[in-house]
Design a protein around this ligand. Structure first.
Ligand code: HEC
Ligand code: HEC
Length: 625
């Protein structure tokens, strides 16, 4: 096989990119991180298209040499890409409050058309007839269907919460959508995110596929080449247990759910961890071209799993038909046991560690008999020969990032499960996506046992001490230093904590999908007046730019697990449009509930005198922050 050449940035590349990159062999000029996060391969496997998540570009790479031959500048960084079957056109999603899809002619590298879609677009997918493009509009809870003839959104399909990945069945009848987060209250017995199945003739929902209790943080969903199965990877949170033990997945496990596309039912959910080694943060998924293997990256442990699919199906069917478990270590006696069985994949899966130079595998494509993996934090591609997966993994540097600012290091640590005992989870396993939330309740030990709390977004945490719902940590630095032993179960050098501090300080709010052209709507304006009026008294506690007095209060929200004397720290209200459910115990599904059913005695501001329209207006204001 051709040895891979180190990548040299050519003059043409430099001209195209408005950035300064490395010139010549290894000499550096300051260059920002690329963060390769989406991949697509030309039908002849000679070119790879690499979407960068932190520079506005798509790179064209020659697979034989590893050379970057071209780069196309985009309006903003890329979150996903897909190619027409004949390889002529590439569609790239550029996320923003109003996202853009760029259509790129692959023969010239030019953007020939741009199309507008919803908030934070990702994972574009073509319909089988290639007349439509479906794009997840994550924060609008929607899939936008673009008619490629006109370039306009022809239909908006609804998904419950944060759709991040979608696939169309080969017959064009159904669209399957992976919802990143659960959409219910967090204090229920069953809390899980779903896969939404939509009927593409009517646009209506066929069903919500219920994954096992605790399923969350869904990522890639992909359909097998024969169209008979779909696979989606996710986390399986053991949220009903106190977070006292991490081994054997007692806090978080990593999973893969298989969907039978003939019946549109969940076949089963298989754990991706081993008994003594977590495989945290499963992310990208690909099928081998003949459907014989499923591959998934583990972004937290920097690995690739290669799973023998026919053998897995056989093991599932044998169990389902009452057959005795085979000679493996599997503990399953019935199909219902599989989602708790850390040994079900023994003998069916190869776990491949990427090289030490490869950090954060978040994208994956199979081309030319190889698995190509884009590593977010190291700006490298990993290459694995699928004919000989045991041969050494190769790593290709895409550019040399000369700066390594503390916030970027901190972000890498935040997402790195190798800092955790046995690789079970990372900070991002609960504070998903730029250190926000997972929508779950967790019984952390910072305030005693038996009183689960809804996870908190870490946006603005450094500016709003004290920390935690009960204010039990003095500030975010203290919370970070307590989080390492309690969430990762290890001791780390101070450098890890200071980089995490820098990362948290670097977070900035994202504009709300409830704004209109970046502005408060009329309803939002009316709500703003109510919020600041003396009749509601909201601003007495939700004060200043960050909407918090940083003090603890009793506001009539004590739940069945709380101590009667508990006082809760006034939360900031910035970005609450993306942190449902609400209150310390996740007992309010909507902001409106916070203002109504959760405030029956006017102990939490004064709301009982407000008309339904005024409640609506106030909620619109809050959701616009
Ligand atoms: C098992 C899930 C889980 C993991 C893993 C986790 N956290 Fe948290 N985190 C939570 C929950 C739940 C809360 C809210 C708890 C409370 O208020 O009592 C929280 C709160 C915080 C807060 C306080 C935020 C605020 O505004 O009050 C910080 C800071 C924090 N976590 C940092 C981290 C860091 C750093 C890591 C990794 C070392 C981490 N967390 C890992 C669940 C988790
Ligand atoms: C006495 C101080 C105080 C007043 C007045 C007050 N709040 Fe709060 N607010 C809090 C506290 C404390 C919490 C957390 C309560 C809990 O988690 O149980 C909270 C929580 C919230 C939340 C949920 C945030 C989240 O992330 O879960 C919203 C929304 C909210 N308040 C809006 C309002 C509005 C609107 C008003 C006016 C009608 C108001 N608050 C008046 C102190 C106050």
């Amino acid at each position: 096989m051709t040895p891979y050449m180190p990548v040299h940035w050519t003059g043409a590349t430099l001209a195209a990119l408005t950035l300064l990159h490395a010139l010549g062999s290894g000499s550096l000029i300051a260059s920002p991180a690329l963060s390769p996060s989406s991949l697509s391969a030309a039908p002849n496997a000679q070119t790879l298209y690499i979407g960068c998540a932190t520079t506005p570009s798509v790179l064209f790479m020659e697979t034989a040499t590893g050379r970057i031959t071209r780069s196309t500048v985009l309006p903003s960084p890329a979150s996903g890409l897909t190619l027409r079957g004949d390889g002529s056109m590439l569609y790239v999603t550029c996320p923003a409050p109003q996202s853009t899809v760029c259509e790129i002619d692959t023969s010239t590298g030019r953007v020939v058309r741009t199309m507008e879609v919803g908030h934070t677009a990702s994972d574009p997918v073509l319909s089988p007839d290639e007349r439509s493009l479906f794009v997840c509009a994550r924060f609008d809870n929607r899939i936008d269907q673009i008619d490629l003839a006109s370039g306009r959104v022809m239909r908006r399909l609804i998904a419950p919460r944060e759709p991040v990945s979608a696939a169309v069945t080969p017959d064009g009848r159904h669209l399957l959508v992976a919802n990143h987060l659960q959409a219910g209250r967090a204090d229920a017995d069953v809390v899980r995110a779903t896969v939404t199945v939509l009927d593409l003739r009517t646009g209506g929902m066929v069903k919500e596929l219920e994954l096992p209790n605790g399923s969350t943080l869904l990522r890639d969903l992909r359909i097998s080449p024969d169209g008979r199965h779909a696979v989606v990877v996710h986390q399986l949170a053991r949220f009903h247990l106190p977070t006292t033990q991490i081994e054997r997945g007692w806090i978080n496990t990593s999973a893969m759910s298989l969907i039978d596309l003939q019946t549109l039912d969940l076949l089963t959910t298989v754990l991706l961890d081993n008994i003594n080694a977590g495989a945290a943060n499963p992310w990208a998924v690909a099928w081998d071209t003949d459907g014989s293997r499923i591959m998934t990256t583990h972004a937290g442990t920097h690995e690739l799993s290669i799973i023998d699919f026919p053998a897995l199906l056989e093991r599932i069917h044998r169990l389902g038909s009452g057959g005795l478990p085979d000679e493996t270590l599997s503990a399953s006696r019935t199909l219902a046991d599989i989602p708790n069985d850390l040994a079900f994949l023994v003998g069916l899966r190869q776990r491949i560690q990427l090289t030490a130079a490869d950090r954060g595998p978040r994208s994956l494509v199979v081309a030319g008999g190889r698995a190509w993996i884009g590593n977010f934090f190291s700006d490298t591609l990993s290459v694995i020969d699928l004919d000989d997966p045991d041969s050494p993994v190769r790593s290709i540097a895409l550019g040399s990032c000369s700066e390594d600012p503390a916030e970027r290091r901190g972000e890498a640590y935040f997402n790195d499960a190798t800092l955790c005992f046995q690789g079970w989870q990372s900070c991002a396993s609960c504070h998903s996506n730029d250190a926000r939330v997972d929508g779950m309740n967790w019984d952390n030990l910072n305030d005693g046992i038996g009183n689960p709390k809804n996870s908190k977004s870490l946006l603005l945490a450094p500016d709003t001490p004290p920390m935690m719902w009960l204010g039990v940590r003095a500030d975010s630095a203290a919370a970070v230093r307590a989080g390492i032993p309690h969430a990762l179960f290890t001791v780390q050098p101070e450098e890890v904590a200071t980089a995490l501090d820098a990362y948290l300080r670097s977070l900035s709010p994202m504009p709300s999908p409830h704004l209109e052209q970046g502005r408060l709507s009329l309803a939002g304006e009316r709500g703003r007046k109510l919020f600041f009026s003396e009749t509601t008294r909201c601003a007495n506690c939700h004060r200043g730019d960050l909407y918090t007095d940083q003090k603890q209060h009793r506001v009539g929200t004590i739940g069945r697990y709380d101590a009667p004397a508990d006082r809760f720290d006034t939360p900031s209200l910035v970005e609450i449009w993306r942190t449902a459910p609400f209150l310390h115990d996740g007992s309010a599904l909507t902001v409106k509930e916070v203002l109504t059913s959760s405030n029956p005695d006017d102990l939490h501001g004064q709301t009982s005198h407000l008309t339904p329209q005024e409640i609506e207006d106030l909620a619109t204001f809050l959701l616009s922050l």
